[in-house]
Design a protein around this ligand. Structure first.
Ligand code: NAD
Length: 359
């Protein structure tokens, strides 16, 4: 049965990097992958054409797609839009909300060829391969009540940190299943020494554990997890945590790998439908210059094949092709250093495509 992929290039470097990723997708199709590829507007590009960052036509296409590949949205051109609901970023948040994309997978993998690019010592990070599973549609970012109000003569700001058992259970299951496919170790991160909501979080994780006897579950307080991530990050296999802790820890983990231009991500809903995107933004400072790193977007295609299309062999081939190109010393400007060959966005995409045919 043919599956349907929606490509949303977005703004800034989005169109340049998704173009290279679609070339790899086309190569997969030539090798027998049965998918159709459609394209639509989102973010500032959609606002310019439709007056909305997430037009009905794009949302309808997203809902009927098996998987979505997104470039990035936003840029200074749209920062002056006064109606916040029309800002490009709302296009992205709207997609997450309408599709119920509660499970955010953010791998932090250090390619050995890039160990020098990390801010930590090569021996601390070489071989790093962590998967952070972050709950994306609940927790303190969405809890009610929230606001700023006058109380007793001064203003008070407040948010509500809330998780239901069912929300914890569904992200827990994603994480346990992820651990089963990887190193079979799952670390659940909470603040159960202080926050009741994470006492419940810990209880639910413990309740699920016997259903996954092949996975070793551990718990860690978030402050310790932050410390361990920079002290000895290789101790982790899969980390599962709530929305806010995951937001912060996944950015810290990202920096261990050197460049944001290398990091893919996936956001999944209950039916396995997913949106795949690089972790970085639209990089307006380098947009249109053919110098952005397309590898995070190409690696997002690999995640799409693995997690939404059940094509893990093709996914591994893409990852091997990226490794081969790095072995050959090709680097976009963000990861280049003395002794490597600096290439453009398009040259990097072409090199991965060529390697894909030979790995
Ligand atoms: P950014 O990630 O776009 O850029 C930060 C820095 O990293 C810049 O110097 C940029 O040149 C560099 N960079 C980013 N991606 C790169 C790549 N593939 N290759 C080489 N260098 C790369 O973050 P920012 O500057 O804070 O935000 C710029 C715009 O992107 C804003 O409008 C912001 O709202 C938006 N944004 C969008 C997303 C998204 O679409 N998911 C995420 C973050 C930021």
């Amino acid at each position: 049965m043919s599956r349907n992929i929606l490509v949303l290039p977005g703004d800034g470097i989005g169109p340049e990097i998704t173009r290279e990723a679609v070339k790899i997708l086309d190569a997969c199709r030539q090798d027998g992958l049965d998918v159709t590829v459609e394209e639509a507007l989102v973010g500032g590009a959609a606002y310019d054409t439709h007056g909305e960052p997430l037009p009905e036509v794009t949302l309808a296409a997203a809902k009927s797609a098996d998987a979505i590949l997104l470039g990035a949205v936003g840029g200074p051109k749209w920062d002056k839009i006064e109606d916040l609901s029309k800002r490009p970023e709302k296009g992205l948040l709207g997609l997450r909300k309408h599709l119920g994309l509660f499970g955010n997978l953010r791998p932090a993998v250090l390619y050995p060829q890039l160990a020098e690019a990390s801010s930590l010592k090569p021996e601390v990070v070489s071989g790093l391969d962590i998967m952070i599973v972050r709950e994306l549609t609940g927790g303190i970012y969405f809890g009610q009540p929230r606001g700023i109000e006058k109380r007793g003569g001064e203003r008070v700001g407040f948010n509500t940190y809330v998780y239901s058992e069912s929300e914890i259970e569904r992200i827990g299951r994603v994480a346990f299943e992820m651990a089963q496919k990887r190193g079979r170790r799952l670390c659940s991160v909470d603040k159960a020494n202080v926050l009741e909501v994470t006492i419940l979080w810990r209880e639910v994780m413990d309740r699920l554990a016997p259903e996954y006897p092949d996975v070793e579950l551990s718990h860690m307080y978030v402050d310790n997890a932050a410390m361990q991530l920079v002290r000895a990050p290789k101790q982790f296999d899969v980390i599962v945590t709530g929305n806010m802790f995951g937001d912060i820890l996944s950015d810290a983990a990202a920096m261990l790998t050197g460049s944001i231009g290398m990091l893919p991500s996936a956001s999944l809903n209950e039916s396995g439908q997913g949106m795949y995107e690089p972790c970085h933004g639209s990089a307006p400072d380098i947009a249109g210059k053919n110098m952005a790193n397309p590898l995070a977007t190409i690696l997002s295609v690999a995640m799409m094949l693995r997690y939404s299309l059940d094509e893990s062999e093709l996914a591994s081939r893409i990852e091997r092709a990226v490794g081969r190109v790095l072995d050959d010393g090709l680097r976009t400007a963000d990861i280049a250093y003395a002794g490597t060959r600096q290439v453009s966005t398009q040259e990097m995409g072409d090199a991965v495509l060529d390697a894909f045919h030979h790995v």
